[in-house]
Design a protein around this ligand. Structure first.
Ligand SMILES: NC(=O)c1ccc[n+]([C@@H]2O[C@H](COP(=O)([O-])OP(=O)(O)OC[C@H]3O[C@@H](n4cnc5c(N)ncnc54)[C@H](O)[C@@H]3O)[C@@H](O)[C@H]2O)c1
Length: 362
């Protein structure tokens, strides 16, 4: 399905809000680097979104997953808009894709790029460079549960978390392998003091697998203490593995300590490559700034670089990240979330120029 080939079929779901602005920006950058490296991205757009829901009553057609299944990758902007409850938009599109295509790894790099000032004191680029591996298919995000006695004083809501041995083992194995390949350590987010069934199970599997990965330093942190350490000592981390909910919260915090949620990338990976993987920024559709042309496109572009890497174009991926970094380091063209006054198009243009300069140099 993938591998080092010259043409890749990519399904594009720009979605809602700023997704409609940052996705075309990223496509321009990825097309340009493709030209430089001799590959082509054959984009196919899908207008699935809250707008689509308003018109049809569905976030995507009933055969939506089937339509996506033949693509090499999915490139997604953001889903969600006021007027459609978030659980409908999320469970009508994003979560079915992640589950049906066994994208059980949500990889979220937390790296302080050159030119970005961390809100934390005394942190320099290079100091913070770690990856959160978020379990992406089960855990706290489960459909098991329900509501009883609706609209009465006795109303009750039950939500069950689901942790399967199969699901926990595979994401932890991926994390141990990643820590090994980076020559680093692996830390696990737990809360076994308060959540007495699923979290001790999570810890047990973490330790069992650890015995197969001799020489990789590990530690288990309660999620509350871990959140504090992200702020107090982010230098210590290399790979952090976390459940679906814990990983989601940790990575917004991770994005904040390295400058802005507007630059944070993510990959929803099916490591076995049986199905397409999906690449999207950590941020949402940002209705507060949508339509103004001021969204930071870097999270989307960096997610695109992760897609190139997955498709076998690691040199092109590195070049895109270097272009982003050189624009940030130069400092004059940046969006409001990073303290600047530039718009989405200005930043995109600056990154395209940086690519051209680097391309000419190499
Ligand atoms: N994966 C997804 O599609 C995804 C993820 C998170 C939230 N959402 C959805 O997005 C909607 C808004 O959610 P939210 O407000 O909690 O989170 P959000 O990430 O959309 O916005 C949070 C804050 O960050 C700012 N921001 C986000 N991305 C930015 C960018 N690229 N450039 C500049 N500023 C940026 C926003 O302006 C806002 O102030 C909701 O409907 C939510 O469900 C979707």
């Amino acid at each position: 399905m993938t591998g080092q080939s010259n043409s890749h079929r990519i399904a594009v779901i720009a979605g809602d809000g700023i997704g409609l602005e940052v996705v075309p920006a990223a496509q321009q950058v990825l097309d340009r680097v493709g030209e430089q490296h001799g590959f082509e991205l054959a984009w196919e757009p899908f207008d699935w979104s809250c707008e689509h829901y308003a018109q049809t009553g569905r976030m995507m057609p009933t055969d939506g997953l089937e339509q996506l299944s033949g693509f090499d990758s999915i490139f997604l902007g953001a889903i969600g808009y006021p007027g459609v409850p978030d659980h409908i938009s999320l469970w009508g599109l994003l979560i079915p894709i992640r589950r049906a295509f066994r994208q059980y790894v949500n990889l979220r790099p937390v790296r302080l790029l050159r030119g970005i000032e961390s809100p934390l004191r005394g942190i320099e680029p290079g100091d913070v460079d770690f990856v959160v591996v978020r379990e992406n298919n089960e855990g706290e995000y489960s459909e098991v549960g329900g509501r009883l006695y609706r609209d009465t004083p006795q109303e009750v809501a039950v939500q069950e978390a689901m942790f399967t041995r199969f699901g926990v083992e595979r994401v932890m194995r991926y994390s141990y392998e990643l820590a090994r390949s980076r020559g680093g350590r692996l830390d696990s987010a737990t809360k076994s003091n308060g959540i007495v069934h699923t979290m001790p199970f999570w810890d047990q599997i973490f330790r069992e697998l650890g015995s197969e990965y001799d020489g990789i330093p590990t530690h288990e942190y309660h999620i509350d203490a871990l959140a504090a350490l992200f702020v107090l000592d982010p230098r210590r981390f290399d790979v952090v593995v976390a459940s679906n909910l814990f990983g989601d919260i940790l990575t917004d915090l991770g994005a904040a300590i390295v400058g802005s949620i507007g630059i944070a990338p993510s990959a929803n990976l099916n490591p076995e490559r049986e199905y397409p993987s999906m690449f999207e920024p950590v941020h949402g559709s940002a209705p507060d700034i949508a339509g103004k042309g001021i969204a930071n496109p870097i999270g989307q572009i960096w997610s695109g670089a992760m897609m190139l890497d997955h498709l076998g174009h690691s040199a092109a991926a590195t070049q895109v990240i270097e272009a982003i970094e050189s624009v940030l380091a130069e400092g004059s063209v940046r969006t409001a979330d990073l303290g600047g006054t530039a718009g989405t198009k200005d930043v995109t243009h600056a990154i395209l120029e940086a690519l051209a300069t680097e391309g000419a140099r190499s």
